[in-house]
Ligand binder design. Structure first.
Ligand code: ZN
Ligand code: ZN
Length: 350
């Protein structure tokens, strides 16, 4: 995190301190893995404010030059800020209304200024050690998928398969799952976010599996579509078009390219095949300490791809009442071009 950059901005805008309240941003900036803390950055100091539950953990995790402030029971953040005598404070524009009201109430006379996406912007570019953690999260999810390949078959209930996936990821060492695993079979595969239901996978189903793991704070996110039994001709076509769209997108991914341009390339392949109206979501999203973060690869995105970004490329086609296909891989963008972090076979059929 660019402390100097923040301090320059504080002085330029004549604001006395910057409050980081989003706990994911707190973790990114400080290394603290607990669930309740704030960081205050002023021209002279960095205060790390937490409650008594986390005093000890914080002292072992945060950088040594931070000043640790442990709130007394019932004490509020605003009392710490007030004690500093600041007259203005920048806050993340993502703070909740409750946090804002609490600050407003406790900091009478202090001007609050909203700063947008300061830490989120830094988080878009991953350090090598962050990419390594994401490789770990990818490996855990893939291991679970591979271990369960044998039981992914007709006759199995979606929900049971989703739970197995989650269990095996956890058992293999994941801290958690990225989100409840999506297992959507038959006509349900047309639901882009079809959470696993009590439906039993049928003999000739397409099955979309979307899942990921968290490891050392970092996420993975991937999707594979399985096909059982006899292929219908539209299924073959849709699978082929989705794979082509993904391949075409990967070929144009490089530093300096507009994210929406990559989306447009994949979307173009799908439109040309006549399925444009059935690809209703963006092509991809950044992954890191959150499973969905910047950049966004979508028609409305203003992001430009940069070296160090990690994001998904996940085209899909969803035919209502019939079924759908999505293929999602995670990409690390190096100076030379994309490295696909996920390595499960893309074409999976029984
Ligand atoms: Zn996904
Ligand atoms: Zn995704």
């Amino acid at each position: 995190m660019d402390l100097e950059g923040i301090r320059e901005r504080l002085s330029r805008e004549e604001v006395e301190a910057f409050l980081i309240s989003n706990i994911v941003n707190v973790r990114y900036v400080s290394g603290f893995t607990g669930s309740s803390a704030f960081i205050l950055i002023s021209s002279k100091e960095v205060l790390f404010v937490t409650d008594p539950r986390y005093g000890e953990q914080a002292s072992s995790q945060i950088p040594p030059f931070y000043d640790l402030v442990v709130l007394k029971p019932g004490e509020r953040l605003s009392s710490v800020i007030k004690g500093k005598g600041w007259s203005s404070l920048a806050v993340e524009d993502s703070i909740t209304l409750a946090q804002y009201n609490s600050l407003k109430e406790g900091l009478e006379g202090v001007e609050l200024v909203a700063w947008k996406g300061v830490v989120e912007t830094a988080r878009r570019i991953k350090a090598p050690w962050e990419v390594e953690k994401m490789r770990g999260a990818v490996a855990l999810a893939q291991e679970a998928f591979n271990r369960l390949r044998g039981v992914m078959r007709p006759g199995v209930v979606e929900r049971d398969l989703a739970l197995e996936l989650e269990f095996v990821m956890r058992k293999a060492g994941a801290e958690g799952v990225a989100f409840p695993a999506i297992v959507a079979s038959g006509p349900r595969s047309a639901l882009p976010h079809g959470e696993a239901s009590s439906r039993t996978i049928g003999e000739e189903d397409l099955v979309v599996l979307d899942f990921g793991a968290r490891w050392q704070g970092y996420y993975s996110d991937m999707t594979r579509t399985l096909k059982f039994g006899q292929w219908r001709s539209w299924e073959r076509k849709v699978c082929r078009v989705v794979l082509e769209a993904q391949q075409a997108a990967l070929e144009v991914v490089k530093p300096g390219v507009e994210a929406r341009e990559v989306d447009a390339v994949a979307r173009g392949v799908i439109e040309k095949a006549g399925y444009g109206e059935f690809f209703g979501h963006g092509l991809g999203h950044g992954v890191g300490l959150e499973v969905h973060e910047a950049p966004s690869l979508s028609p409305s995105s203003r992001d430009v791809l940069e070296e160090g970004m990690v994001f998904t490329v996940e085209p899909g086609i969803y035919l209502p009442g019939k079924g759908g296909v999505r293929i999602e891989d995670m990409v690390y963008l190096g100076l030379e071009g994309p490295e696909v972090l996920t390595s499960l076979p893309r074409e999976v059929e029984e």
